[in-house]
Design a protein around this ligand. Sequence first.
Ligand SMILES: [Zn+2]
Length: 55
Amino acid sequence: MECQYSSCSVTCHRCGHAWIYMGSRLSSLSRTRRKVRIGCPRCYAKVELLAEGAR
Ligand SMILES: [Zn+2]
């Protein structure tokens, strides 16, 4: 199955950390309308991946 996105810019709502996510959950983002959450590498909050930030 082909992945639509290769990277996604994410900003943590808790600590404000911004980074580019390039992991495997991107394929879930392109496949489902459900919310896809990843852990912030700095504070470990669950941050939602948004399709608007994906490329
Ligand atoms: Zn954070």
